[in-house]
Design a protein around this ligand. Sequence first.
Ligand code: OAD
Length: 252
Amino acid sequence: MTESRDDPIPLVRRRIASADSLCVFTGAGMSAESGIPTFRDANASAFWAQCKPEQMASPEGFRADPALVWRWYAERRAGVRAAQPNAGHLALGDYARHHPGRLTVVTQNVDDLHQRAGCPDTIRLHGDILRDDWMDPCTKAPACAAEHAVPGTPPRCADCGNLLRPGVVWFGEMLRESDLQAAERAGRECDVLLVVGTSGAVWPAAGLAGLARRAGAYVVVINPTDSEIDHEAHFCIADTAARTLPVLLAGT
Ligand code: OAD
């Protein structure tokens, strides 16, 4: 049952202040005010408008055109490197500093803004865009070794031809089991779950809200528009991450 008060902020602040364990689950909207477009807005430029993000972010898309996907990610990596944590990331970092051991951040974001804002142990369900991984297990040498790449193409192993790829989880790929388990443990054990800036459309990550709610957590969604997991929340705050988190967390 969703509580119906006009202004949820004081009530949510009280819940956070009395929580022994706070979990914050974030999506692309968390970084929107840092200038990183949300996943589904990522193709704002005319050139990339022809490419579907779901196609770029998939093993099939990469195998079909590695150079195109590599260039798409190069642009996104440059955007992440240029971005700075916003007031929402910084409010979480402050909370973590003032309450050691109380906060777990679980993110679907592949940027490093939570880490740079003071939450180094953030659980990254969808990986790290600034890391490179090998596409396939090495078949010839004991380990692949990247050789110098033609600009605009992914480096390749000189021995077996394996390609480097961004260290993110793509559509159709499994999440790392240890990350998923750590996130689910945080969801089950928290007193309050804040769900910030996610459409709740991508599973299994989106299941965290329901799991936490069933385990007894007080669940609050922060998102200027409706999400697919609003029904799991006790309250939905229709505002942005950078405006709301500092208000909820200051002095708690
Ligand atoms: P989406 O792009 O699906 O959704 C972003 C959400 O953020 C939307 O619901 C927006 O309303 C909300 N939003 C926008 N600006 C906001 C702001 N300033 N403050 C708060 N909320 C805001 O992104 P995700 O839900 O993160 O996965 O998408 C989940 C996953 O889908 C991504 O991690 C990515 C993609 O597939 C992979 O790459 C595997």
